[in-house]
Design a protein around this ligand. Structure first.
Ligand SMILES: Cc1ncc(COP(=O)(O)O)c(C=O)c1O
Length: 396
């Protein structure tokens, strides 16, 4: 009945298979490695309660009024200080998902090319599709020359077909879904290509501060501040319910994002911003973050040791130095989508890897989250998953 009335864009929307899983089952009733949820244990409820009360005392009605589209100055300043950037380069967003979406909205015309890794973050692929971008995924390759060649070939192909590459979307730190990070050399190479071919880089880095080992690697933004839009989020370092993030970029780019956001939400949530600003400035955020890092490091170590102990031969996995995910690869011919119903009815959930691949390759892969469940459930869930894999596939 409404078909004639929907826009052409609607035809390009696709549903998140991750959210479809959430609709089907109660995550607490099964072993769920599926979502990207932080552990509720990391939400500092008492501290939040106290800070909320302080914000009301300090700001009164201002905390509940409309505010500046760029975000409240207290939070912009706190983010600017944390990342050592000028405050006129900071826009507060209503979460980094919105940051991704506004980047696509201000940069992409239908048919424009967005380069990304393959696999890549599903929420970004959804957003890019909705603007009818052509998404070109490039698999990672440890050989940097071959890796560069693959990007150059993708750019050349776009140019030959008359399409314009607008930006490269990357999650350089503990990527969702693979858990892997780009080396400094790889970051420099990609920034070099952006400079050479005149496109931008959208650096999406919500997991950057969840590092469990190794040294921090410079952001792509720090390598080329006028070429890179850096997106950050409070979701994984504080609490996703606040729906707050930030974009750091050249003021000319931010100005377009600012106008775009006027029609989206007028301003990010004011009360939440004051709470986040107080949390950052008082050091409570860092105190809490340190606890989250310890908790997640323990869960990652547990998951890695369980995989080592229980997974059948022929299954391999990534070894993330941070973040919330790792990626499992089964032997060629395995179909993680087909296997999914069997796993779910036995009581264990994951996300099939092909959903993260723009060309729907990666059928023999799956993403596992390790932040959400308790250690006891991680242990039981991995034992069950390993049993199902060994049994259903004749693996040993
Ligand atoms: C890579 C990446 N970017 C962005 C987001 C969205 O985060 P939020 O909108 O909560 O900031 C996520 C969420 O899981 C993510 O994994």
């Amino acid at each position: 009945m409404y078909k004639e009335l929907f826009s052409d864009d609607v035809g390009s929307f696709f549903r998140s298979p991750v959210r479809e899983i959430f609709k089907k089952v109660d995550l607490n009733s099964i072993y769920s490695f599926a979502g990207g949820y932080p552990s509720a244990e990391t939400f500092p409820l008492e501290s939040i309660r106290q800070t909320m009360s302080e914000v009301i005392d300090k700001y009164g009605g201002k905390a509940f009024q409309y505010g500046a589209t760029q975000g409240v100055m207290e939070l912009r300043e706190a983010v600017a200080e944390r990342y050592s950037v000028p405050v006129d380069r900071v826009q507060i967003t209503s979460s980094s998902q919105q940051g991704i979406d506004v980047c696509a909205r201000v940069l992409v015309n239908p048919g424009d090319v967005i380069l990304t890794s393959s696999p890549s973050y599903l929420g970004a692929l959804q957003s890019f599709c909705s603007y009818r971008a052509e998404i070109v995924g490039v698999p990672h390759c440890d050989d940097i020359e071959k890796y560069k060649d693959a990007y150059v070939a993708a750019i050349a192909k776009a140019e030959t077909s008359g399409s314009k590459v607008k930006f490269l979307y990357m999650i350089p730190d503990f990527q969702n879904p693979s858990g892997e990070s780009l080396t400094l050399e790889e970051r420099k190479m990609l920034v070099g290509l952006a400079e050479e071919y005149g496109f931008l880089i959208v650096e999406d880095s919500p997991y950057r501060e969840l590092r469990y080992e190794g040294e921090h690697i410079p952001t792509m933004y720090s390598l080329a501040p006028d070429r890179v839009i850096h997106l950050g989020s409070f979701s994984k370092i504080f609490a996703p319910g606040f729906r707050l993030g930030w974009a750091i970029a050249h003021p000319d780019i931010l100005d377009k994002i600012y106008v775009c956001k006027q029609s989206l939400d007028l301003c990010p949530p004011i009360f939440d911003q004051y709470v986040a600003a107080e949390f950052l400035k008082s050091g409570r955020l860092d105190e809490n973050l340190a606890k989250s890092v310890t908790l997640y490091k323990g869960k990652r170590d547990l998951l890695l040791s369980l995989l080592e102990e229980y997974m059948p031969q022929g299954v391999s996995w990534t070894h993330p130095q941070g973040g919330l995910f790792l990626f499992l690869t089964m032997p060629e011919g395995f179909d993680a989508v087909a296997f999914y119903d069997k796993a779910l009815s036995a009581g264990v959930a994951y996300v099939a890897g092909e959903f993260f691949h723009p060309d729907r390759s990666g059928k023999n892969t799956m993403r596992l989250n390790f932040s959400f469940m308790s250690p006891e459930k991680i242990i039981a869930g991995i034992k069950l998953l390993a049993e199902l894999l060994a049994d259903g596939l004749g693996l040993e």
